[in-house]
Design a protein around this ligand. Sequence first.
Ligand SMILES: [Zn+2]
Length: 371
Amino acid sequence: MAKVRDIVERFADFAPAFMAEKGDPIGLQLGSLDAEVNKLMVTLDVRPEVVQEAIANDVDFIFAHHPAMFRPVKKFDLANPQNRMYAELLRHNITVFAAHTNLDNANGGMNDWLAEKIGLKKTSILLPKRSEAMFKLAVFIPQDAAARLRRDLAAAGAGKVGDYDACSYSYEGIGRFRPNQQAHPAIGIKGELTEVKEEKVEVIFPARKKDSVFKAMYAAHPYEEPVFDLLRIEGMGQTYGMGRIGTLKQPQTVKQLAEFCKEAFQIPALRMVSREPGKKIERVAILGGSGGQFYTYAKRQGAQLYITGDISYHTGHDILAAGLSALDPGHHIESVCKGKLRQLFMTWNVENNWQLKIIESQLNTDPFSFI
Ligand SMILES: [Zn+2]
């Protein structure tokens, strides 16, 4: 049976925590990483009605996009509906985990799903890209211990290059040392100069794997004082970032794209910010969530139209003044993540033989409706 820890560790390979924006309270919200999971429910929001849905469906793990605890609890007064919701979760042993801006920024994550939904092609990252730090580790080890080291480093996450894993490079050489009287040498005699046929094993790994890779290296190395080089390397880590910009399959007017968005996101209405609703456009940027403030990035990258949620009155004025058009289909369009996350979990469920039941919340948690 899978534990919460197994599931979220697999998820972290897809959308690692370091990709989250600073101060975003992602990760375990409530419950335990060691809890066993039978039934997982994916949701956009954790609201009291979503918790009731989870209880009714015997769900023991809620995986949410929006963190359940945006505001810290100061007093656990059950007169407060939010606190009553936490109490219900605890009473029913339901663990809650959130993947927010790490999912937004991940390659193949939220913003790619939104871009795909409106048919954007040739997409690239809208906000400035960031790159994951990468390291190269070179370990000097007796030749007869090298095979185990290479195997254990690969198991710890080193040596992944694109679609290849267990990548390494070796040279043969001679290591020399003289143990002093306090040493406990694995090879050689105290006070005598020793020569050993060694192998230098080189692997690369991303910064987030550093602890596990070093643990594996120390465990596999027979020497009292393992010798290694650690270098930071440039240009190899995956790049990631918020929002996407791309090209429509064919030019459409602002109004036509607005109508298309209503259908694609199944919403009855949206807000349009445009001085030229009849103008044909082709280059479009999209950013899930509350992205009004980032319209300048869309403008700078040549977007003719920007789609995001929660655009405020004054930002709307600024967008018009900048000669840009925008559509605000609301924040709830991020609910596309439910089906996509379910697909991902179903794939990992089979790969890892977790035997989980995986469902999507059927509730619409949009606080706004149109009359
Ligand atoms: Zn959001």
